[in-house]
Ligand binder design. Structure first.
Ligand code: DC
Length: 225
């Protein structure tokens, strides 16, 4: 059977994961947060005290790397590294920057490509990331490039961190977002960019429900549900 796939790409903090998860829930599709997979590689790098910017230190860690993806009964994605649940560890501030660094290494991207494609072969998926529509699933049934002004993204990220009880500061969050955007857009290997056939959705002026509605109508235009 041919499975359906929806690719959602865009910069950090555009609301991709929340929206993609809700969209998947509405459609009964599997939600795949690919950033979480890169983050899991970064945790391995952290465990091994390797330098995430040095391919010579990172590449050897890929051999035999055991990453698994699981789902809670409520559909929340969990990441396992060598059998250990690292779902909380991957959200640490330090890991965000490291994930961006390891994701610039072509060998890391190649290693994760099959892993991601296999998930889309086996289920209907809503997959979010940076290169899903351009590289991972170029044949996706629907491609959306989700974005918002950096300030709006920083505001949302700040709220998210505060809700998690983490201390945060607007200027620092905004600066982090801009730095990660730059890193993700300027890496030579599969940089963040909108696929030519992706529909742009700017959520700067939209709340969550409005964004979800806009997403759903885009999906309904492209696939019969
Ligand atoms: O979406 P996120 O913030 O959890 O992603 C963490 C890092 O992983 C991000 O800085 C870029 C990288 N990434 C990527 O290169 N390709 C993807 N498909 C997903 C994430």
């Amino acid at each position: 059977m041919n499975h359906k796939s929806i690719a959602i790409d865009g910069p950090a903090g555009a609301g991709k994961s929340t929206l993609a998860r809700k969209l998947a829930e509405k459609l009964g599709f599997l939600y795949v947060d690919t950033g979480a997979i890169y983050r899991t590689v970064a945790v391995k790098v952290l465990w091994e005290k390797a330098d995430p910017a040095d391919p010579a230190q990172v590449i050897p860690l890929l051999e035999g790397l055991e990453i698994h993806i699981g789902y809670d009964s409520d559909g929340v994605q969990r990441m396992y590294l060598e059998g250990e649940d690292v779902s909380a560890a991957i959200r640490k501030h330090k890991v965000s920057g490291m994930a961006s660094q390891v994701s610039a290494i072509p060998e890391v991207r190649a290693f994760l490509l099959d892993f991601q494609r296999k998930l889309a072969r086996e289920s209907n998926v809503v997959m979010d990331g940076r290169d899903i529509g351009t590289v991972v699933l170029p044949q996706a049934d629907v491609k959306i490039f989700l974005t918002a002004a950096p300030e709006a993204r920083a505001k949302r990220r700040l709220l998210e961190l505060e809700q998690r009880g983490q201390e945060a500061n607007f200027d620092r969050v905004l600066q982090d977002i801009k730095e990660r955007d730059w890193q993700d857009e300027h890496r030579p290997s599969a940089p963040l960019r909108r696929a030519e056939d992706a529909t742009l959705l700017d959520t700067t002026q939209l709340n969550l429900d409005q964004s979800l509605e806009a997403l759903l109508s885009l999906v309904k235009e492209k696939i019969a549900l």
